[in-house]
Design a protein around this ligand. Sequence first.
Ligand code: ADP
Length: 475
Amino acid sequence: MFINGKWKQAENNSTFDVLNPATGEVITRVANGSAKDISDAIKAADTAFEAWSSKTSYQRSHYLYTAWKLMMDKKEDLARLMTEEQGKPLVAARNEVQYGADFLLWFGEEAKRVYGQTIPSARPDQRFIVLKQPVGVVGAITPWNYPVSMITRKMAPALAAGCTIVLKPAEATPLCAMEMFKIFEEAGIPAGVVNLITTLDPKPVGVQFTSNPVIQKLTFTGSTKVGKMLAKEAAQHMKRVSLELGGHAPFIVYDDADPVHAAKGAVLVKFLNTGQACISPNRIFVPRHMVDDFTKEFSSRVNAMKAGNGMDKGVRIGPLVGPDAVLKVENQVKDALSKGAKLITGGKRLTDGPLEKGYFYAPTVLTRVTRDMLIFREETFGPVAPIIAYDPEDDVIKMANDTAYGLAAYVYTKSTSRAMTAFERLKFGIIGINDINPTSAAAPFGGMKESGMGREGAKEGINEYLETKLGGFSI
Ligand code: ADP
C-alpha cells in the first residue's frame, strides 16, 4: 500500500493472493489492509490537503502532465501487467492504458480552467462572486474490469481540482493500481496527496469512506447493489457522492440500417472485455424481417473470434474474472433456453487444453429472447449476445427504455430524423449513433436512473470535485 508517500505492508502483515484469470495461477501476494491502515491513509490525505489545495492550478497541472508522460513511457509494461492480472487481450489492454493516460493530460489542462463567476445584483451596493473550491479529501473505490482507466478517470480530475485522495482498487486487480501509484510517486506528487489501500475485505473501507468526517466525497464505480448501499450510508453523513454503476444497454437496429455494418459494430462492442463492461449491449433489437440476415452476419463474426490467454496473438476473448462470473452467465443462458430462446452459437464453458484452468465461456449468441427472461433484465457482464425481434408496430424506444438502468444505448440507422428522435427519447446517459465508442476523456460519461449519478470526464468530471461558494459583498 502507499500511505503518506511510503510503500507499506498491512499493519497486521496480512496479505492476499492475486490470480491470473487465464491460468488460475497466483501472480503474487499483496498487502491486505486493515481498518487502522485505512484511517492512517485518510489522516495522511487530510494533512496533505491544505498544501496541495493551495498550490496553483499550474503547479498541479504540471504533476499531472509529468504522470501522463511517465504513463506513456510505461504503456507496454502496464498493458502486459493488465492482461496478466485482469485477462483482457493485449491489444485491448494497450487501448485502455492510452484511454487512462488521456485523463491525466486532459485534466492537467482543465485544472487551469476552473472558473468562477460574477453575478450582477439587484442592489446597487452589492456584488456577487462565485468561487469554485476543492471539496476536500476524496475516498475512491474502483472496479477490476478497467483497472487502470477507472483510477485515472477519478484521480486526474480530483487532483486537478485540488483534492487529496485515498483509493481502494478491486480485490482482483491491486497490481495495476500499484503501478499507477508508482507513477504518481515518480511524478513527485507530495506525500499524503495520493494514498492506496489494497484489501481483500472492502467493507471497512466503505464504512470509513461514508462515515469518517474527514472524507468529503465518495466516488465509486461498481455494481448498482453496492453503489446503493454506499449512497445510503453516505447520506447519513451528507457526503457528496458520484456513482458509476451497472448498465443494461439496448442496441437498436432500424430497418434502414446496413445489417453488415450494424452487426460488425454490435459484435465489437458486445464482446469488448469479454462483455465485462458497464456499457456492454445487453439487448440487441432487430426488425423481425432482418433477424436472419443480421444473426448470420453477427454469428459468423462471433465464430471467428479466438478465445484464450490475452497474451497470445490473435486472441479476442479473454477469461471472465472468476468462477462466480462464469456461473452467472451459465445461469442466464440456461434460464433463457428454458423459456424458449434459441442458441445460435456458444452456450458452454471453454475447457480445451490450457483453457481448463481459467474462467472461459464461449462467445454466445441467443435469438428469440423475450422480456420474461433473466437476461432481459439482469446485467450479464459476460460474452452473451441476446437478439430480440421487433415488429413495425412496436415502439422500440419504449422497449429499450424498459429497464431500471440508464447508462449506454446504441442506435443504427441512416435516417437523421430517426437518429435525432432516438437520441432525444432514450433515457440513457450515453448514446452511440452508428457509433460504438462514444467515450473520451473530453466527453461526459455517466448514467441516468439506477446506473448512477454524476459524470466522469469532460468539464462535468472536474465539477464533481468542486464546491460552489458564493460571496456577497456590500461596498
Ligand atoms: P463487481 O460486481 O464489479 O465486482 P462490486 O460493486 O462488488 O462490483 O465491486 C466494485 C468495487 O466495490 C470493488 O472495488 C469492491 O471491492 C468494492 N466493494 C464491494 N463491496 C463493497 C462494500 N461493502 N463497501 C465498499 N466497497 C465495496
